[in-house]
Design a binder for this molecule. Structure first.
Ligand code: FE2
Ligand code: FE2
Length: 240
């Protein structure tokens, strides 16, 4: 489940306890009026919902950064990935695309070549990631959670249509490599995100956003490739 404008503010805090601090700062009542959708509450407080959502996710990300995910349950880790990193991408990718289009409109004439290379890589990344997140949320993560539940209950290994969990994991790892390549291409196209001297505030905001996107994606892929996936493979092997 992710945070959207429709998510009731009480549910947001139930899942992201750190969101309480953000709501308090903006005087949004998440206890007695916990059922109000986030979008309503933000508009009533004169705030842009997308900015509040971003702040909640950033706060949550910072607070869970130092948690030891090698000892948490796999279900907890999967929920963390979806709530923090997938939600971050679903918020950021469309916002960055809009910012990129603005920059191309304003600076396409002078910086067309670099912006075109950036745009090609970014739109490719956005498209690939949107499908990738769906595959993880609808196919792989539920399978991992089922494996864990069966293991805890000492039941038989649950069957899956694709056989071993290694198969979808292999596919996800390949998609992660592709995302990493596209991020590198974006970096090269922008000379390590150097804003040209004639770049405007939107140009700077775009590059700052892309740097944050890269950092978040690195952390996200690390949690999957280095912790969640190997632990899921180990769990499957434990069924014998
Ligand atoms: Fe993911
Ligand atoms: Fe992934």
């Amino acid at each position: 489940m992710m945070v959207t404008e429709r998510t009731p503010v009480g549910d947001v805090v139930a899942k992201h306890p750190r969101a309480a601090g953000v709501f308090e700062k903006y005087h949004i009542d998440y206890c007695c009026r916990g059922k109000q959708p986030l979008g309503h509450a933000c508009h009533a407080a004169g705030l842009a919902p997308s900015q509040v959502i971003e702040e909640i996710l950033r706060t949550t990300l910072e607070s869970s950064e130092d948690r030891d995910w090698t000892t948490a349950t796999l279900s907890e880790l999967a929920v963390h990935i979806v709530w923090v990193h997938h939600a971050f991408l679903r918020n950021e990718l469309p916002a960055l695309e809009a910012r990129l289009r603005k920059v191309i409109d304003a600076h396409g004439e002078r910086h067309g070549k670099a912006l075109e290379a950036l745009s090609r890589a970014f739109l490719g990344l956005k498209q690939e990631l949107e499908i990738h997140l769906e595959k993880e949320e609808l196919v792989l993560f539920p399978v991992i959670e089922r494996l864990e539940r069966a293991h805890v209950a000492s039941e038989k290994r649950p069957t899956a249509p694709f056989g071993s969990v290694r198969n979808p994991i292999g596919m996800m790892e390949q998609e992660h490599r592709s995302a990493g390549d596209l991020l590198s291409r974006m970096r090269r196209a922008t000379l390590d995100y150097t804003v040209p001297p004639d770049g405007c505030a939107t140009y700077r905001a775009l590059f700052e956003g892309l740097v944050r996107l890269e950092a978040d994606l690195h952390r996200h892929i690390h949690l999957e490739n280095n912790i969640l996936f190997p632990r899921a493979v180990g769990l499957e092997a434990a069924f014998g």
